[in-house]
Design a protein around this ligand. Sequence first.
Ligand code: FAD
Length: 120
Amino acid sequence: ALPAWFFEEAVKQAPLAISITDKKANIVYANAAFCLITGYSIDEVIGKNESILSNKSTPRAVYHDLWRTISRNNIWQGQLVNRHKNGTPYLAELMITPIRDSLKNVTHYLGMHRDVSPSF
Ligand code: FAD
């Protein structure tokens, strides 16, 4: 079997913004690509809510659909308008999946996104 560190390194090095949150979307882990894509350092995001990434221009209905879906333990996929730390908005293609413990209880959420902003 592959050693545990191998999977940790794979997540760390993945060229996709990966974060793990508690059930209220407070960030407990973020990888290097997350920092690169959002502009925030690890220290700036740990303990903060994912809403720090919001450009506040995504329709409320999208967030309602997101929360309705993940709180029913389903996978949500969609696009949100995020804002880089430097203020630049970008279009994020995001997937959120519930993470279950050994008793199958959802304890965390895994978020994965990439910048799909159109270039003109
Ligand atoms: P909020 O008040 O946070 O939420 C708006 C609406 O969402 C509320 O009216 C409510 O209906 C619903 N809602 C919020 N929190 C909960 C909850 N705990 N349980 C049930 N319903 C709730 N947002 C982004 O903008 N960009 C991202 O990249 C992003 N990534 C995320 C990744 C993960 C893993 C998770 C779990 C969430 C992510 N979110 C992201 C959603 C984020 O946490 C916020 O809900 C969203 O940004 C809206 O924030 P707000 O402060 O404008 O409104």
